[in-house]
Design a protein around this ligand. Structure first.
Ligand code: TYD
Length: 205
């Protein structure tokens, strides 16, 4: 694959979406062609899968949630991510596979071996760079709650979100070359500086 695959990860309210724009600006300056996308919900079946996954009316088991996330991801890869990477476009995705380890593995306590198995069998590519936006859960949830409607995940208790944060951090420790941590408890400008540093290091590699 010719394009680079960059993913953004973090708990609710961690500021991923704001930083996506900063990264896009850097790629614009370098005249790199890219697409911006997100999970869940961006494949050809995405709209339906996303509403199944996020609706507060749906009471689904952890297993079903995991399989739907994986179905959404495979469909996203097939219909958008892989074709773009093959054409030489870069892909910036707001969430990807690390979210499944953190939310379904950490949050819902699903077996990590099952996620590994699904990921291997489905041949899911590993991102070239993942930026993890990390901050204390209490601060992040305060930010997320300012949005009007809370989805199925945002309504979960504090310890659910703390488990997610811990899995993200341990994955970053295990794979420091791919996963770079941004301290998103800092000011808007400091977060921007960290993101710019990480992306410029990646571009110079
Ligand atoms: P979204 O509204 O896109 O939230 P955010 O702005 O926080 O990214 O909702 C996506 C939700 O889906 C979010 O709570 C995380 C969750 N999710 C998983 O549980 N597993 C996954 O594999 C992915 C991709 C997302």
């Amino acid at each position: 694959m010719k394009g680079k695959f960059i993913t953004l990860e973090g708990i609710e309210g961690s500021g991923k979406s704001t930083s996506l724009k900063d990264i896009a600006n850097i790629l614009d300056q370098k005249s790199i062609d890219y697409i911006v996308t997100k999970e869940p919900g961006s494949g050809s079946l995405g709209k339906d899968l996303r509403s199944l996954l996020l609706s507060n009316d749906n009471k689904i088991s952890g297993e079903v949630e995991l399989l739907l996330m994986m179905a959404d991801r495979k469909n996203h890869l097939d219909s958008l991510v892989i074709p773009n990477l093959s054409n030489g476009n870069w892909v910036l995705s707001d969430r990807y596979l690390d979210s499944t380890y953190a939310y379904q593995g950490g949050g819902r306590k699903m077996d990590f071996a099952l996620i590994d198995e699904l990921s291997t069998s489905l041949n899911l590519p590993t991102p070239d760079l993942t930026i993890l936006f990390d901050l204390p859960v209490e601060i992040a949830l305060e930010r997320a709650k300012r949005r009007a409607n809370l989805d199925r995940f945002e309504r979960e208790p504090l310890d659910f979100h703390n488990r997610i944060r811990n899995i993200y951090k341990s994955r970053a420790e295990e794979d420091p070359k791919r996963i770079k941590i941004v301290d998103s408890s800092l000011s808007f400008q400091e977060v921007k500086d960290q993101v710019e540093y990480i992306v410029s290091q990646f571009l110079n590699d």
